[in-house]
Write a protein that binds this ligand. Structure first.
Ligand SMILES: [Zn+2]
Length: 385
């Protein structure tokens, strides 16, 4: 239906142009007759609900000039939206080939052709066009926004960062947060190449552009932990727990390891209990049970879990409780309990731990860039009680 609606003015414009031409150029009678015949042929296709054929006829009739450029651009973007990218590309290429276009019209056509190439997955061609636009400082914001998407797809984080910085200067929103992620990607590459100093420099830059960002802090704490600087790592992990309490599940394991290595087991349990008193987080509950089992034995851990689960039932908690009970039974494990525990484990494994607040995508583990909508930092833990 939208195609028919668009084609009606196209048909009208074609007819009008044909009529005008006939007034101006009496001597070109033959051409006039051809145009009239094409016009009626196109209308006939339209009336007979053959829009594809009508399109070809009308587009063929529409000469590219200052009066019809907008029409070509509108038709091209309509084809792209309908998924007919080849047709959109032909229309936009045809436009760009004309020397009569103004600089503005040409840059608009280049942007549209770049969008066609992106939709067709021809990213290298799209990249070339958007870079040409940026070079000529035309259609700067959309060209930079598209380049940012392409560079991210190519995992070229340095270029993604530079483009985001330019968008920032143009007043783009949320660029600081994206830049922190690009710097974290660069930092992770530096860590892989054993260049810790370079990684830390990227992370510091990340915290300059997004002071409260979780990811640079998390990577920094991880670097301290791997370096064996346990006290420094603990300070950093605690800061994360203060600023991002919902993400506490991401730091419990490495934090426990730091406390263990610095032989501060009692301080670790004390800290866990303090955190748990403020916010009854399931992962903290499981960690306390784990520590109780190690320090005071299974009975203490089972008693703690039983009383906590009575208030806050949770599948992972029930799984841990049954596992502890079964371990106590040793060789005389109840087969029934074993079966129930397998069911509970399977149910728990189906639960999502993270949810994208922008598109609703759910996953078991954290993704810094949502696999669904490609946004950065939009995955939130599902347990935010
Ligand atoms: Zn998403």
């Amino acid at each position: 239906m939208d195609l028919i609606l668009l084609l009606l003015p196209v048909a009208a414009a074609s007819g009008w142009l044909a009529a005008r031409r006939s007034m101006r150029q009496h001597q070109e009678r033959q051409c006039e007759a051809d145009m009239d015949s094409a016009y009626y042929r196109g209308l006939n296709y339209l009336v007979n609900e053959q829009p594809d054929k009508a399109i070809d006829v009308f587009v063929g009739m529409l000469e590219v000039n200052s009066e019809t450029v907008e029409m070509h651009l509108a038709l091209g973007s309509l084809f792209r939206r309908r998924g007919e990218v080849d047709r959109a590309i032909r229309i936009h290429q045809n436009l760009i080939a004309r020397s009569t276009l103004s600089a503005d019209q040409r840059s608009q056509a280049l942007l549209s052709l770049g969008n066609d190439y992106m939709k067709a997955g021809l990213l290298d061609r799209a990249e070339g066009l958007f870079e040409e636009l940026v070079e000529s400082k035309r259609q700067l914001q959309p060209a930079l926004t598209n380049l940012k998407m392409i560079y991210q797809h190519e995992k070229d984080w340095q270029k993604s960062l530079e483009v985001s910085q330019r968008l920032d200067l143009l007043g783009g929103k949320g660029e600081g947060d994206d830049q922190a992620h690009f710097l974290c990607e660069l930092a992770e590459l530096a860590i892989k190449s054993d260049d810790e100093a370079q990684a830390e420099s990227y992370l510091k830059q990340g915290l300059e552009v997004a002071p409260l960002a979780l990811r640079p802090q998390l990577i920094m704490a991880g670097i301290s932990e791997k370096r064996g600087a346990c006290r420094e790592a603990i300070v950093r992990f605690k800061q994360i727990a203060d600023q991002h309490p919902n993400y506490i599940g991401e730091i419990l394991r490495p934090m426990a390891e730091c406390y263990r290595r610095s032989q501060q087991q009692s301080q670790w349990i004390e800290w866990l209990r303090e955190i748990y008193a403020n916010k009854r987080n399931i992962q903290v509950m499981l960690e306390i049970a784990h520590e109780l089992e190690n320090s005071e034995g299974a009975d203490a851990a089972i008693e703690f879990l039983t009383s906590e689960l009575a208030n806050t039932p949770d599948l992972n908690g029930i799984h841990q409780l049954i596992s502890m009970r079964m371990a106590q039974q040793g060789e005389h494990q109840s087969q029934f309990l074993q079966m129930i525990n397998q069911f509970v484990e399977r149910m728990a494994a189906r639960q999502s731990a993270y949810l994208c607040h922008r598109c609703g995508f759910t996953t078991r583990t954290i993704h810094w860039q949502c696999p669904g909508c490609r946004s950065w930092g939009t995955m939130l833990p599902t347990e935010t009680k």
